[in-house]
Design a protein around this ligand. Structure first.
Ligand code: PLP
Length: 401
């Protein structure tokens, strides 16, 4: 039986059409787009087309606002470091406690360099507090960087409103939209967002290519200096094959956005309902209303996420957990900890992230596979007895603060 891939927030399979579109750029279309000859011209034209395709999915006003980078992480770093260089007198940054490490690790580093970092907290549903944001927004802030949608829970943040508030306060607003692009409609013309990051490999383009959208008129300082590529905003000979692949993947994603929000969403809902109907002490993490259509993060109380993943993997099902065992720690992720949910739930979270490639047969297989796995693990858990939670000393179930 074919393995089932439900880890699309980690990375996606490159569409076959995207691979086909990229191949000529490894063979006959090898020219350097900066060259003043036919070889360069051909490649330059294809890159311009890709730029328009990215412009279109973002609803950007001008194609010159699209800067190709090497990944989402580079785009995030470029946006934040650009703001600090462009506004050298401003020493504060606003972000959230649940950003991707591409933003949070940079902020941790900058804090050590003397910057003040305001990490907005979230409630148990992963939602931000408007009052807290207002209280730290001032002309001392160089940039606000808030993700459009969270990679672990799929919770969508009100970035349009937050960008308006930043704009009114005269502060730049950047959003890490790596998980949002291709999953929910985006129209930047309608917003006050100054900069936005996206990453190719989250929307069926290859790894190692990304975009930083920079609204026209935004004060900008490049991270990579050297060549004049990307209008001097990002030096380095263009990764033409990947850029062309990203452009086509954006075009396909734009066409399929309705399918993502109907068929994929209903598969996600079927998966969730099917599991929750039969597994006791399980609940959905994050904001179930304001949520990406493809993401379901379920906490299975009183068992370990890693153990669930291993058994799912043995059953041919790929998902991911909210604990970071791969980083050498068994602690729940920073996102789960920020949501202050009980220890016994934070440890047992599994993220299922779907894509247009998934089918109902696959989802039904997962619905059948999960309950016996959970039951098997609970039969070994000291927190579980018979068919319900065991009576344990309260001090064994800390809440992450
Ligand atoms: N931001 C978010 C929200 C992500 O989910 C990821 C990847 O998981 C990144 C940034 C980093 O993107 P990349 O892998 O292209 O550097």
């Amino acid at each position: 039986m074919k393995d089932i891939y439900l880890d699309n927030n980690a990375t996606t399979a490159v569409h076959a059409e995207v691979v086909d579109a990229m191949l000529p750029f490894f063979t006959e279309q090898f020219g350097n787009p900066s060259s003043m000859h036919r070889f360069g011209d051909q490649v330059g034209r294809s890159i311009r087309q890709a730029r328009r395709q990215v412009q279109s999915i973002l609803g950007a006003e001008h194609d010159s606002e699209i800067v190709f980078t090497s990944c989402g992480s580079e785009s995030d770093s470029t946006a934040i470091l650009s703001a600090l260089t462009a506004y050298p007198d401003r020493k504060e940054i606003i972000t959230t406690a649940v950003e991707h490490p591409a933003v949070l690790s940079l902020c941790d580093y900058l804090e050590k360099q003397g910057y003040t970092i305001h990490r907005l907290s979230v409630d148990s549903k992963g939602r931000l507090d408007r009052g807290e944001y207002e209280s730290v927004l001032s002309d001392r802030v160089a940039i606000v960087s808030v993700m459009w949608a969270n990679n672990e829970t799929g919770t969508i943040f009100p970035v349009k409103k937050m960008a308006e508030m930043a704009s009114a306060a005269g502060v730049l607003f950047h959003t890490d939209a790596v998980q949002a692009v291709g999953k929910i409609p985006i129209d930047l013309k309608e917003t006050k967002i100054d900069m936005l990051s996206l990453s190719g490999h989250k929307l069926h383009a290859p790894k190692g290519v990304g975009v930083l959208y920079v609204r026209r008129g935004t004060r900008f300082r490049p991270l990579l200096r050297g060549g004049h590529q990307e209008r001097g905003r990002r030096a380095g000979t263009e990764n033409a094959a990947s850029i062309v692949g990203l452009g086509l993947a954006c075009r396909i994603a734009e066409r399929r956005i309705d399918e993502e929000n109907t068929r994929v969403k209903s598969l996600r809902d079927r998966l969730e309902a099917g599991i929750l109907a039969v597994v006791p002490s399980a609940f959905v993490m994050g904001d179930t209303q304001m949520r990406l259509p493809n993401t379901s993060n379920i906490a299975f109380e009183f068992i370990e996420g890693e153990a669930i993943l291993l058994l799912l993997n043995a059953a041919g099902i790929a998902a991911s957990s909210g604990s970071a065992c791969t980083s050498g720690s068994l602690e729940p992720s920073h996102v789960m900890r920020a949501m202050s949910i009980p220890y016994t739930a934070a440890h047992g979270t599994i993220r299922f992230s779907l894509s247009c490639d998934n089918t109902q047969e696959e989802i039904d297989r997962v619905i059948r596979a999960v309950p016996p796995i959970v039951a098997q693990l609970r039969s070994m858990s000291p927190y579980w007895s018979g068919d319900g939670p065991a009576q344990v000393d309260e001090s064994f179930t800390p809440v992450y603060a």
